[in-house]
Design a protein around this ligand. Structure first.
Ligand code: PGA
Length: 251
């Protein structure tokens, strides 16, 4: 039985005081509650250290939203895996569609980042997903297969244990349009079968595959009840403690 994982991707939202406020509300709201999933928050870089202090000794885990694959050096504006570790991160989102489309990240670059994160003891939340055009052209599975195969190149089955995969159809991100539970389940099953082919059936059964794209309190339960949907990567609805907690409670 895979334990479900609910992660909040804050994106470029919340300054330091807003971050402290949101985390405090979340921790207070969750304390003493029966939580049946892992909870991860991914604030912006500038709030990570403070967030690490606030979530220490709570059930909430900390992740970052991106990193660069080099250890250190002349890479203006970039953040390394060891910097994230030292700030208290356990997870890092990699390959998010906003990184792929707005910042031009390739499968090859994402693969380098995933490898570096794993070597540094960070657990990647590795995102894949097709655009609306690709879905309409009926090449969703081809796109997902390419992103998964290229992203996981030269990654061992042991390392795969430390990866969470997130299926996020680009057309559902921030649009209010969610994939139907059946549409999402179809791709999740496709990914799990693909992992079984690349690795083993056992590795595929253990892999946590989150769904992301306009997940809200009122659609989370149905999505999460699908056999191969093991959690959610939440954007907009994680920016308010109440709506994020409602999703956590729907598990
Ligand atoms: P959304 O974002 O929930 O606002 O659609 C999800 C994501 O991009 O991870």
């Amino acid at each position: 039985m895979r334990r479900k994982v609910i992660a909040g991707n804050w994106k470029m939202n919340n300054d330091l005081s807003q971050s402290k406020d949101l985390i405090t509300k979340l921790i207070n709201g969750l304390s003493g509650q029966q939580i049946h999933c892992d909870v991860i928050i991914c604030p912006p870089f500038t709030s990570l250290s403070e967030a690490a202090t606030l979530v220490k000794d709570t059930t909430v885990k900390l992740g970052a939203q991106n990193m660069y694959f080099e250890e250190n050096g002349a890479f203006t504006g970039e953040i390394s895996a060891s910097m994230l570790k030292s700030a208290g991160c356990e997870y890092v989102i990699l390959g998010h569609s906003e990184r792929r489309t707005i910042f031009g990240e390739s499968d090859e670059l994402i693969n380098k980042k995933i490898k570096k994160a794993l070597q540094s003891g960070l657990k990647p939340i590795f995102c894949v997903g097709e655009t609306l055009q690709e879905r309409e052209a009926e090449i969703t599975s081809k796109i997902i297969e390419r992103q998964v195969v290229e992203g996981l190149k030269e990654i061992s089955a042991t390392d795969l244990n430390n990866i969470i995969l997130a299926y996020e159809p680009v057309w559902a991100i921030g649009t209010g349009k969610t994939a139907t539970p059946a549409q999402a389940e179809e791709v999740h099953l496709f990914i799990r079968n693909l992992i079984a082919k690349i690795y083993t059936k056992n590795a595929a059964e253990k892999l946590v595959i989150q769904y992301g794209g306009s997940v809200k309190a009122d659609n989370a339960a149905e999505l999460l009840s699908q056999k191969d949907i093991d959690g959610a990567l939440v954007g907009g609805a994680c920016l308010k403690a109440d709506s994020f907690m409602a999703i956590i409670k729907s598990v």
